[in-house]
Design a protein around this ligand. Structure first.
Ligand SMILES: [Ca+2]
Ligand SMILES: [Ca+2]
Ligand SMILES: [Ca+2]
Length: 206
């Protein structure tokens, strides 16, 4: 069978399969979107949250407690994205459809990426974090520790809150930056609006 014929046939099979799924009212089950859900996992020293493309995320990371000690501690982080389904990756367990719990014993950094669309990423802990809104107009909110916040493309709102934060607005977009307390450093451009409490501001020449 030629390659062209094979492609045609598999295309027909895909079309038939899809119409059956839609007909049954189960469009999401088994689809590529479901296979690429947002994931929270532990790496050697970090808690990593990765959104999937096509999701409008509303992520909140908070502290919680485990029923039993893991790594000598009951400290844990709850990773909750109210807008999407979250998958539990390495070291973490799922609490509900949109909430995953990860033990805190080995975590020295929180990393979260919003991928595309307009997202909200909030670190409500004292653990230092690296949060990246990526594409879309995002709201990125650091915790009380020293955070690194990236807006990525489009018009973002970046809030450092407590701690000595580094805030990077990225691109030629009209972003808004609120540094909060601590000694904060901002890498910005002339379109951005900054609060008056940003200690070090770096802008390219006009
Ligand atoms: Ca997103
Ligand atoms: Ca963005
Ligand atoms: Ca700050």
């Amino acid at each position: 069978m030629s390659r062209k014929t094979q492609t045609k046939r598999s295309g027909r099979r895909r079309a038939l399969g899809l119409s059956c799924i839609v007909g049954a009212g189960l469009a999401l089950i088994g689809s590529p979107a479901a296979a690429q859900a947002a994931t929270a996992k532990l790496t050697k020293e970090a808690l990593v949250y990765t959104a999937a493309s096509g999701e409008k995320n509303h992520l909140t990371i908070a502290t919680t407690r485990l029923a039993k000690k893991v790594g000598g501690s009951t400290d844990a982080f709850s990773v909750s994205d109210s807008k999407v389904t979250v998958t539990a990756g390495a070291g973490c367990t799922r609490k509900s459809l949109s909430t995953v719990i990860c033990p805190a014993a080995t975590v020295k950094l929180i990393v979260a990426k919003g991928d595309d669309l307009n997202d909200t990423l909030v670190n409500n802990t004292g653990m230092r974090s690296r949060l990246n809104g990526q594409d879309g107009s995002d709201s990125v909110v650091g915790g009380s520790g020293n955070d690194v916040l990236y807006g990525g493309n489009d018009e973002d709102v970046l809030s450092g809150r407590g701690g000595n934060d580094t805030i990077k607005t990225g691109g030629r977009w009209a972003d808004a930056v609120n540094c909060g307390s601590g000694r904060d450093t901002v890498f910005t451009d002339w379109l951005d609006r900054l609060s008056s409490d940003c200690e070090s501001v770096f802008r390219p020449a006009r």
